[in-house]
Design a protein around this ligand. Sequence first.
Ligand SMILES: Cc1ncc(COP(=O)(O)O)c(C=O)c1O
Length: 394
Amino acid sequence: MISDRVRQMAPSQTLELNSKIAQLRKEGKSIIALNSGEPDFNTPQPIIEAAYQAMLEGKTKYTQTPGIPELREAIARKLSDENKIDYSIDEILVSTGAKYALTNTFLVLCNPGDEVIIPTPCWVSYVEMVKLAGALPVLVPVCEDNHLDLKAIDKAISSKTKVILINSPNNPTGAVYSQDSLMAVAELAVRHELYIVTDEVYEKLIYGTTPHVSMASFSPGIKERTVTINAFSKAYAMTGWRLGYAAGPKQVIKGISAIQGHTTSNATSFAQWAAIAALESCGAYVEEMRQAFEKRRDYLYGRVSSLPGIRCPYPDGAFYLFPDVSELFGRRRGDRVIHDAPALADYLLDEAGVALVPGNAFEAPQAIRFTYSNSMEKLNEAMDRIERAVGKLF
Ligand SMILES: Cc1ncc(COP(=O)(O)O)c(C=O)c1O
């Protein structure tokens, strides 16, 4: 009855888990959610006030499809000052979250049968977005240290390749790719005449010494074939506001705008006005949240890496740990066998009341994802519970 397109689509495992958690809590269970990919902080007050003010001023109507010019101008200034990329406002489109900008970017760039190279582990939605566009995801595992395997990417390029997708800082690994490796990918894109889609939604959440660099800032000839995706969701704790953007070649932005015009019309009007306040007056809030995340990263990394049977790479960005848990596979507690990552996640949910996402959701079945966007108290309690539950497997 329903289309093949939708029947082939896997539901978002991270969002599905939220429904399960809600049900368990309704039954009175104490669940600590370390599964969610969003900041636990509330949106900074100046942003909320700007939205309220916009509503009072009647800025509650449809806007231009690619977004209000004032916000696109503010984004252009941000991209120029922080990311060293010069865009005019008709090379920028504001959308309903990074998700919608990404989906439409693939719809604009790909014909059925085209291939999109995706380094894995990767965020849950890329594969489904690419398939929705009728294109083929070509999954290329990263190296052991979670950094890009340039030889493997080169080898994966075929006559059908249209796009290389890059996500740094990365969800789920937390890796921040070096400028050299990003430049090498850019060179491949130029040599093979490919597009780069670069998802930079975690750019503000970096804790190590590797800085964030935007691929479109590389010269020569990279900007013309790059679509930069970003959002207000993670940096400004604005996940529920659904506000992201794409910046890229005029024709691509025009294509995204055409789809948006027929589907959502525009991102929410007053959220767009509020986003100007985010860009122009919330740097200190972002830094405060970044520092809190860094402390939590250090704490959780220490606790997780001391668990038996778990090997945890050290992440430099985003708010995730993505340890390899494959040494626990085959262990048992009574009749219960931990045969894979989903079984371990189920066990920890039942035994410890802690929700984690199995690596299968990220094309990495040997791992499990912890999110540290939660209070220190909750992280501490979650780790005490996990330690006891994992101890019972030995
Ligand atoms: C890598 C990555 N890109 C994009 C998104 C979606 O962002 P938004 O909430 O702005 O749609 C997420 C959210 O989890 C993400 O992790």
